[in-house]
Design a protein around this ligand. Structure first.
Ligand SMILES: Nc1ncnc2c1ncn2[C@@H]1O[C@H](COP(=O)(O)OP(=O)(O)OP(=O)(O)O)[C@@H](O)[C@H]1O
Ligand SMILES: [Mg+2]
Length: 158
């Protein structure tokens, strides 16, 4: 899928948020500035996190937590210093736990054995991004199909 403005990336995240089951693991990949945090901001609203609540990047805190219709755990592993730090914050418990866990720079922690949805964002121009979804597990295949059906071919309309 393609987005042509930050608002469109957030709108795509928002739509995914409305489609997710109460428990889900989302792994976000993409270089600096690809739009991962932007996507999570929309996702949070789609999950019912109130508009008034800011969604800052958890670069330094590693994880921020929100309450929507499910709990939302927003990780950013860019500044991760090693496996011990993951253990300190109980990362594995969030992978398998209840609620929606979304991880920026997830590749830094390796591929978890749990069912997950990989979301890969790439620069495709100044304000253009491609967003690819790779489902692991049947549940996410349905979600991705529903998302693709609801998304315009170019994202221009948003
Ligand atoms: N189509 C687009 N989708 C998302 N962001 C866009 C788009 N076009 C331009 N941008 C800009 O790109 C930047 C994306 O920033 P964002 O913090 O979401 O990236 P990130 O992938 O989370 O980066 P980091 O790896 O530093 O966490 C923002 O400044 C945003 O305004
Ligand atoms: Mg970010």
């Amino acid at each position: 899928m393609t987005t042509t403005a930050p608002e469109a990336t957030a709108a795509l995240g928002h739509r995914l948020g409305t489609l997710l089951p109460p428990t889900a693991l989302l792994l976000l990949e993409g270089e600096l500035g690809a739009g991962k945090t932007c996507f999570v901001r929309g996702l949070a609203r789609g999950l019912g996190v109130p508009e008034a609540e800011p969604i800052p990047s958890p670069s330094y805190t590693l994880m921020n937590q929100y309450q929507g219709r499910s709990p939302l755990y927003h990780f950013d592993l860019y500044r991760l210093h090693g496996r011990e730090e993951l253990e300190q914050i109980g990362y594995d418990d969030y992978l398998a736990g209840s609620g929606v866990t979304v991880v920026e720079w997830a590749e830094r922690a390796g591929v978890p054995p749990h069912d997950h949805l990989r979301i890969v964002l790439r620069h495709a121009g100044e304000e253009r991004r491609t967003v690819a979804f790779v489902a692991s597990g049947a549940a996410f295949s349905d979600v991705v199909e529903a998302l693709a059906r609801a998304w315009p071919a170019t994202g221009e309309e948003l």
